[in-house]
Design a protein around this ligand. Structure first.
Ligand code: FAD
Length: 212
């Protein structure tokens, strides 16, 4: 199947883009690996169910049996999830959108294969949106699944460390630190004070690497 927009994952991001593209008349295929996840993490296992339980706990009367109140809260939560899940499905039941149940895996730059109950289906999108969590296979097993926010924080911290190292090199070459402005931003120490300072830093660095 060839479509204008192929969306993998029925989360907040995927469903919004799929709906917008369909409203513009584009052909859309949306692949979701689990029927329990129509609508994504937020409404099925994330934001909404957790807040619903909190509200139920706050509403519990002091004379209610806690175990019974919890059971009732879980039933109420599951009913709410069911309604939202169905409503999310209904929202995208439209002629421009093909909904595909199964796990997408890339077999080409813009083509995925999906194992469905009717066998393997191949879908190619002129535009492909990956609306799923990611995986970093070489990270520890409990950290392998990552969100975009985690990856971005990681990259930002990495970049900051490398920029810091580059800064230190630069400072040694041009004899100035920090932002450029009037002066070189360095304290007006004499040579002896600088020598003492450099030795102290070197002692700390060597100590940290076990050389002392
Ligand atoms: C407990 C909890 C509480 C939260 N509370 C809040 C809150 O109060 N407020 C808030 O703003 N955010 C909250 N979040 C975060 C919020 O749920 C996420 O930010 C949001 O759901 C991310 O949306 P998404 O579209 O990126 O991905 P998701 O909603 O996670 O959707 C990704 C979808 O892709 C599917 N998928 C994955 N791989 C494949 C594949 N290979 N093929 C096909 N389908 C695939 C998954 O089954 C899933 O349905 C909470 C999250 C959790 C876990």
């Amino acid at each position: 199947m060839d479509v204008d927009l192929l969306v993998i994952g029925w989360g907040k991001a995927g469903k919004t883009l799929a709906g917008l593209a369909a409203a513009q008349g584009q052909s859309v295929a949306l692949v979701e690996r689990s029927p329990k996840m129509y609508g994504g993490t937020c409404i099925n296992i994330g934001c909404v169910p957790t807040k619903d339980l909190v509200v139920s706990a706050e509403r519990r009367r002091p004379d209610e049996d806690p175990a019974e109140a919890f059971r009732a809260a879980v039933v109420e939560r599951d009913e709410l999830i069911g309604k939202l899940n169905a409503a999310n499905h209904a929202m995208l039941e439209r002629p421009e959108v093909t909904l595909v149940d199964g796990t997408a895996r890339f077999v080409g730059p813009r083509t995925v294969a999906v194992e469905t109950t009717e066998g393997e289906q191949r879908i190619t999108g002129a535009t492909v949106v990956i609306g799923t969590e990611g995986r970093v296979p070489w990270w520890p097993a409990d950290k392998t699944t990552v969100t975009l926010a985690q990856v971005m924080s990681h990259v930002a911290l990495d970049e900051a460390r490398h920029a810091g190292h580059a800064d230190i090199l630069c400072e040694q070459i041009d004899g100035q630190v920090g932002l450029r402005g009037p002066g070189n931003n360095l304290p007006g120490w004499d040579a002896g004070r600088w020598e003492e300072y450099v030795q102290r830093i070197e002692r700390i660095a060597a100590g940290r690497h076990g050389a002392e």
